[in-house]
Design a protein around this ligand. Sequence first.
Ligand code: NAD
Ligand code: GLY
Length: 361
Amino acid sequence: MKTLQVSLGERSYPIFIGSALLGRPGLLSPYIAGRQIMVVSNETIAPLYMERLLSGLDGCRCGKVVLPDGEEYKNLDVLQRIFDALLEARFARDAILVALGGGVIGDMAGFAAACYQRGIDFIQVPTTLLAQVDSSVGGKTGVNHPLGKNMIGAFHQPRCVLIDTETLDTLEDRQLHAGIAEVIKYGLIRDAEFFAWLERNMDALLARDKEAVAYAIERSCRNKAAIVAADEREKGQRALLNLGHTFGHAIETGMGYGNWLHGEAVAAGMCMAAEMSRRLGWLGAGDVRRIIDLIGRAGLPVQAPSALSRERFLSLMAVDKKVQSGRLRLVLLEAIGRAVICGDFDSDILAGTLDACRGES
Ligand code: NAD
Ligand code: GLY
């Protein structure tokens, strides 16, 4: 087992990464001893992993909330079910939530923990690659609004993150690919060496080679932990983690939550950010080609859906958390491994990028 640390003063916490960690006695004891525990999961993951998780929490009083599965259920109505369960079980302020699932469950359980009785502890047990490399680390929690992705939420750090790489054995290929999008993101924004490693090892990742997958998770988490430690509340460099996300969130919202997976939308969005960076004269055509090739090799879309018109895209992109004083800010690339946030660009270049990068339906 590897242990990384997210260094945030008194809110610091460990990320445990290894195989067969779920149910390992004692691993979570320091965080849960003597407490009321509510495990939040969904109807796909609970039958696969709930019992294994609970076997490691022997002797604790555990409740369960099993939510419907899907991005379309990541909303305030469904969130209410977590509060219902906590109140019906008379859970108090010293209770702890455990999120067992992908990014949807992690974001929702984390937000419930941030709100319940003005804030209780929670633990992340991510079971998708995307959640293991990104959403479980860093404390961004929340739900979607019909008008915008992740628009209602809070920063609330978990007490620890438990990554059992064996849970990926049951993950569908499409979901694995979606997670690889966020892995590639770290290479693009700050780790050119990792990007080159991914170019050499993409086939191994797609073949689920255990060593390659474990390495990709660890290196991604190291990158994420470093960024979060430096800028927990996204006053600066944390925004770079949103490479491809302004385009991507517009795709997810515009196409209807759940139709394009988050990772797929981010993949197409990163290709759009690369193309826009080329049009601004920052990135060479050869680098754009490398980016599109790697994302395509990962089985991910490299273009946005043609169903979204340029006007619709622009209106969806205007609802973005990086908008400041009405000005849209985008994460763009100066090189592979060097991202920047940019609010001062020619709007014709954005419009041209949107026209050039829409293809797939
Ligand atoms: P998800 O949570 O919807 O999970 C994808 C699918 O895989 C679901 O059907 C789920 O039930 C299933 N699943 C999960 N684990 C499984 C397993 N081990 N075996 C079989 N099936 C399994 O999607 P996701 O890609 O994990 O997360 C996407 C969400 O994360 C989006 O809502 C996105 O906004 C959010 N996100 C948040 C952050 C953050 O910093 N908080 C970062 C990135 C993404
Ligand atoms: N996934 C973006 C962030 O954590 O900031």
